[in-house]
Design a binder for this molecule. Structure first.
Ligand code: PMP
Length: 401
């Protein structure tokens, strides 16, 4: 029966990891993977997560199903983390939320909810470029995917003029997807002033803002600072949708912990939206898994543990910022590598768009055993004290040809 099913292309990011695994050279480096690595290049289980798991183990909880929208205490605390203690919709009990299968699941619930209930438009504008999965995810949700300019190749920075003109040209009421912080894959975020302008355009054009916040705390080291854009939009009077992931900032990747939320007008509207979220989620996966949500809930619900966690997030962010600084210094000052490398320092979050070309990335893989996606994106977390000099020398050689 499946004779007519065509073979699909391999996933571009998983392909990088496969090539890395097959390489037997001891100096090989994998900069393709979007997961944090410690100073020794190893996956990192946060001590706050380990502590939370001990608390959960000693409390001998059962494995009963969670409600359709998940652990209510967790979604409440996740909303508090994102929107902030001062948030008006939060304090008015006007935020409708559901636990999700990490950030991807939150985006998908959001896409499906908007496709079904957003009255104004099916068009969703994504930044160009964006996280690769956004495009099929929103298409499969039934939305009409379009793009707005975001990246300026010539400056390796934000194309703010392009962004403004594309959002102004969008049809009134369209949905716009915004990376709340640490834009993936470029590592380029709008400044607070630019966010204020974006908020104004969104208001003028009556666009519907959908925030993807996969890296809260990971960008600046502060969960509050990284929530600036979301909180600004809410303060400016926008109703927003928000996808949260705890994959990166709690290192809970495979536990799949996330939340989807919508700000509504009042508790009565919230209750109606809640009911529709349940109707949407029930036939998808019935209810979400409990263990990871319990971990995040335990951390967020205990002041001491939460402070410890925030310190650990800052530790991860600071290590990445330090790697940016060192890479910039080696390329610019030590090796005097041709080109301008300031963007490595100014970019934010886990990823850096290096400006390396596809042929250069191929040379790096074949000659230096250094693996990254062909768009020149590197995961800064893959660099550490033991490999950064080798990496910089390899980039220098590839650039010089
Ligand atoms: N959004 C963005 C921008 C991301 O980079 C990622 C992870 N790579 C996600 C969402 C979702 O990740 P997850 O489903 O693992 O939370």
């Amino acid at each position: 029966v499946w004779s007519a099913v065509p073979a699909g292309p391999p996933d571009p990011i998983l392909g990088v990891t496969e090539a890395f695994k097959a390489d037997k050279n001891s100096r090989k480096i994998n900069l393709g993977v979007g997961a944090y690595r410690d100073e020794n290049g190893k996956p990192y289980v946060l001590p706050s997560v380990q502590k939370a798991e001990e608390v959960i183990n000693t409390s001998k909880l059962d494995k009963e199903y969670l409600p359709i929208t998940g652990l209510a205490e967790f979604t409440q605390r996740a909303a508090h983390l994102a929107y902030g203690a001062e948030s008006v919709p939060l304090n008015n009990n006007a935020i409708s939320a559901a636990q999700s299968i990490s950030g991807t699941g939150a985006l998908r619930i959001g896409g499906a909810f908007l496709a079904r209930h957003y009255p104004t438009s099916k068009a969703i504008y994504l930044p160009t470029p964006t996280w690769g999965n956004h495009i099929p995810l929103f298409k499969d949700s039934g939305l009409d995917v379009r793009g707005y300019r975001y990246f300026d190749k010539s400056t390796v920075g934000l194309d703010f003029e392009g962004l403004k003109s594309d959002l102004r040209a969008a049809p009134e009421g369209a949905i716009v997807l915004l990376h709340a912080c640490a834009h993936n894959p470029t590592g380029i975020d709008p400044t607070p002033e630019q966010w204020a302008t974006i908020s104004q355009i969104v208001k003028e054009k009556k666009l519907f803002p959908f925030f993807d916040m996969a890296y809260q705390g990971f960008a600046s080291g502060s969960t509050d600072r990284d929530a600036h854009a979301v909180r600004l939009f809410v303060k400016d009077g926008h109703q927003v949708a928000l996808a949260q992931s705890f994959a990166k900032n709690m290192g809970l990747y495979g536990e799949r912990v996330g939340a989807f939320s919508l700000t509504t007008t009042d508790p009565e509207e919230k209750a109606r939206v809640d009911s529709q979220l349940k109707i949407l989620i029930r036939p998808l996966y019935s209810n979400p898994p409990c263990h990871g949500a319990r971990i995040a809930n335990t951390i967020l619900g205990n002041q001491v543990l939460c402070d410890q966690w925030k310190g650990e997030v800052k530790g991860m962010a600071d290590r990445i910022i330090n790697m940016r600084e060192r890479l910039y210094n080696i390329l610019t000052h030590d090796l005097k590598t041709p080109g301008e490398w300031g963007h490595i320092k100014s970019q934010i979050g886990m990823f850096s768009f290096t400006g390396l070309t596809a042929p250069q990335t191929q040379v790096l893989a074949e000659k230096a055993h250094v693996y990254m996606t062909s768009n020149g994106r590197i995961s800064m977390a893959g660099l550490n004290g033991s490999n950064i000099e080798y990496f910089a020398e390899s980039v220098d050689a590839a650039v010089r040809g």
